[in-house]
Design a protein around this ligand. Sequence first.
Ligand SMILES: Cc1cc2nc3c(=O)[nH]c(=O)nc-3n(C[C@H](O)[C@H](O)[C@H](O)COP(=O)(O)OP(=O)(O)OC[C@H]3O[C@@H](n4cnc5c(N)ncnc54)[C@H](O)[C@@H]3O)c2cc1C
Length: 386
Amino acid sequence: MTTNNLQPTTYNFIVSGGGCSGLSLIMRILSEPSLSNKKILLIEQSEKNLNDRTWCFWEEGKGFFESVVCKQWSSSWFHANGYSSLNELGSYRYKMIRGIDFYRHCYQVISSSPNVTVVHDKVISIQQESDGVRVFTERGEHKGGYAFNSILFDDPLQQKNAHHLLQHFKGWVIETEEDAFDVDACTLMDFRVDQHHGTTFVYVMPLTQRKALVEYTLFTEQLLKDDQYVDGLKNYIKDYLQGVNYRIEEEEFGVIPMTSAKFKRKEGNTMFIGTAGGQTKASSGFTFMFIQKQSAMIVEQLKKTGNPFYHPSKIDRRYHWFDRVLLNVLIKRRVPGDQVFKKMFQKNPIERIFRFLDNETNMGEEIRLISTLPTIPFLKAGFEEI
Ligand SMILES: Cc1cc2nc3c(=O)[nH]c(=O)nc-3n(C[C@H](O)[C@H](O)[C@H](O)COP(=O)(O)OP(=O)(O)OC[C@H]3O[C@@H](n4cnc5c(N)ncnc54)[C@H](O)[C@@H]3O)c2cc1C
């Protein structure tokens, strides 16, 4: 007779953190017939009942979360001092998803899936074991085959040999007394604002002719004081929205790390997902679509092999170099950020820019795009980053 000291695996998958990446992954697992019966445990510390963020991103065609897209635009403005352009987005749409709609939608699907258990608890640590993982929380411990972790236990900004910038922003949803917005076109970047803190722009996402999300955004090393963001927003509205009367309906504040720091991809049977898994694009802060791609790859790999670990492609490494070069240029102020983006938007079709920022260009397109940027500063940064 053999004895087996190993405890039975309770869950196939433990998802640690139920925000954008944890929920995106579970939703995709549930939509894949060969995986939809797997036993899943989701551990999330909060109730997710607040509209704590708004995701904006570009996408071709209808996406996996199309049903919760609250608004989309087929053209977008770019402004910098001395240059403005209205760009038709071609096959792309710039889309907006409100956090609260996303959370409600996902938790509704999850609560009607008997194989998914949700625990509201704080994850303390994840231990790797020979046959899986053990996740320790404030109130207990759970055993699973694989863990998908989106909690940042180590601060990547502590890595000394990496470039770090912060993308920080304050946004207001404002309602105006008169018509003030063109609902068909959003403003992706408007650099016609004071640049003395560093790279600074505003983006405007019109929801109706009288309502828009206006966000004052910086790529710098230090955060500002709250009243400096408020002044940035007020000044922009005064200068570029014809001094309309408005009231603030909602407010958001966010900080996204833009860093060349290395993020762990895996440890034992744990896979790191979302921002904690390096899915925030270092040079732009965009994350939502990278999370979608990562979730799709994990599900594909699980379907094919039964384990979630896929190999990063060589192309990913090339894009990490591009990201480091752009961070190098911005941090060392080799060229002011507004000038870099002005050149990029002046000399390239928007679809090429989107593909480049999505890590989806071919080498020819990359050479064409990079050759439109200020040559000497980018060459110097490029050599430094090899
Ligand atoms: C305000 C804001 C606006 C953003 N806007 C955009 C945008 O427009 N476009 C874009 O591409 N990206 C945007 N981002 C960046 C990125 O898309 C989001 O941060 C996204 O939510 C990252 O997903 P995630 O799963 O990695 O982290 P999160 O969504 O933050 O999920 C992590 C989850 O883990 C939970 N958690 C944390 N610690 C513990 C613990 N110890 N135990 C249990 N649970 C825990 C948290 O409550 C959270 O629910 C934005 C970020 C912010 C902050």
